[in-house]
Design a protein around this ligand. Structure first.
Ligand code: ARG
Length: 297
C-alpha cells in the first residue's frame, strides 16, 4: 500500500480481484504553491494553534515530496510564486475552480487570506485563461467544490456562502448540488469528501466518491446516499487525520499516510493508495488536496 508502482497516465491498470469496473488513471494538471512562507500565525479553523511549533522547512520537504509524487504518477504540476505574509497561500485548492477552461476565482472569508485571491487571478490571466471571473459571494473554491464529472458538489456551513453555489452554476455552467457541513473540524468540503472516479457520460461510467458521513447535515447525508449509493464511507479515524483530503486520478489516490483504513478499503475497491506525509501542513488544517488545485482545461 505504501510503495506505489509508478504508472503512466492513460494506461489500463490492473484490477482488484473483486472489481468488475476497471479503474483508469488519467493524466491531470495541477497548480501548486510552495510553502516558502508557511507558518501558523493566526487561527481560522480548529486545527490551527499559533502557539504550537511549526517548521517551514519540514512543510517545504513534505510539499516537494507531494509534488514529486504527482510527477512520478505522470501528472503535470504548474506552480505559482508564493507571496510573503500569506502563510496559507500553499493551499492552492482554495483559490480557483477550473472546469472546461473556465475559471471561477475565490473570495476568502478570513481577512488574513483575502489577498491570495488576486495572486491566483493574475496567474490565470498571465497564463492566457480568457474566462476568469471573480466571485461576489464568499467562495473558497475547490476547498468547497468537488467536480464529479457530472455535477459540482458544493459545501457550505463554515466558509463558502450558499450564494456562491448559484454563482458557480451560472459562471461554470454546470449543475450544482449544495451540501451542508456541520462539524467545525471539517470546515471545507474537501476535508470530508473526495471524488475517486469521475463520471464519464460517453462510457456510462458512474462517479464514485468517499466521504465522512457525520461531517454533513442529515439532509445532506440523504442527498449523498441517494446520489452515490456505492460510496466509500470513511471512519472517524480516517476523517480525523484529514484522510478525506486526498487526490485521485481515477486509480492512484494520494492520501495522508495515517489514513490506513481508508487505504485498505480503496485497495479492495480496485484503487491504488499512495501515502504521503503531510503532517506539518495539517497543523494549518490542510492535506494533499488543499495543496492542489486541478486545472481542468
Ligand atoms: N489554514 C487554511 C484555512 O483555514 C487551510 C485551508 C485548507 N484548504 C482546504 N482546501 N481545505 O483556510
Amino acid at each position: 500500500m505504501t510503495t506505489a508502482p509508478v504508472i503512466g497516465p492513460e494506461e489500463r491498470l490492473p484490477l482488484g480481484a473483486a472489481e468488475a469496473d476497471p479503474r483508469t488513471a488519467t493524466r491531470r494538471r495541477y497548480l501548486m504553491c510552495e510553502p516558502r512562507y508557511f507558518t501558523v500565525s493566526y487561527s481560522i479553523n480548529p486545527w490551527m494553534d499559533p502557539s504550537a511549533p511549526v517548521s517551514t522547512d519540514v512543510a517545504l520537504r513534505q510539499w516537494h515530496e507531494l509534488k514529486a509524487t504527482y510527477e512520478r504518477l505522470g501528472h503535470v504540476v504548474e506552480t505559482i510564486e508564493p507571496a510573503a505574509g500569506l502563510p496559507d497561500m500553499v493551499f492552492a485548492a482554495n483559490s480557483g475552480t477550473v472546469i472546461g477552461g473556465r475559471v471561477l476565482g475565490s473570495r476568502f472569508r478570513a481577512v488574513e487570506r483575502a489577498a491570495e485571491a488576486d495572486h491566483y487571478r493574475r496567474w490565470f490571466v498571465e497564463r492566457g485563461y480568457r474566462d476568469v471571473v471573480m466571485p461576489e459571494s464568499i467562495n473558497e473554491a475547490e476547498g468547497d467544490f468537488a467536480w464529479t464529472g457530472e455535477v459540482l458538489l458544493a459545501g457550505t456551513g463554515f466558509r463558502t456562502d450558499p450564494g456562491a453555489h448559484a454563482e458557480a452554476q451560472e459562471v461554470l455552467g454546470v449543475p450544482v448540488v449544495s451540501l451542508r457541513l456541520v462539524d467545525p473540524r471539517y470546515y471545507h468540503l474537501d476535508t470530508a469528501l473526495m471524488v475517486l472516479t469521475e463520471a464519464d457520460p460517453t462510457t456510462g461510467r458512474r462517479a464514485q466518491i468517499a466521504y465522512y458521513r457525520d461531517a454533513f447535515s442529515l439532509g445532506s447525508q440523504r442527498v449523498l446516499r441517494h446520489l452515490f449509493p456505492d460510496a466509500v464511507i470513511a471512519s472517524d479515524v480516517d476523517a480525523a487525520c484529514l484522510g478525506l483530503n486526498g487526490v485521485s486520478d481515477g486509480y492512484n489516490v494520494v492520501l495522508p499516510r495515517e489514513a490506513n483504513r481508508l487505504a485498505t478499503e480503496l485497495t479492495a475497491r480496485g484503487y491504488n493508495p499512495v501515502m504521503v506525509d503531510i503532517s506539518e501542513l495539517r497543523k494549518s488544517g490542510g492535506g494533499p488536496k488543499c495543496c492542489t488545485m486541478e486545472l481542468r482545461d
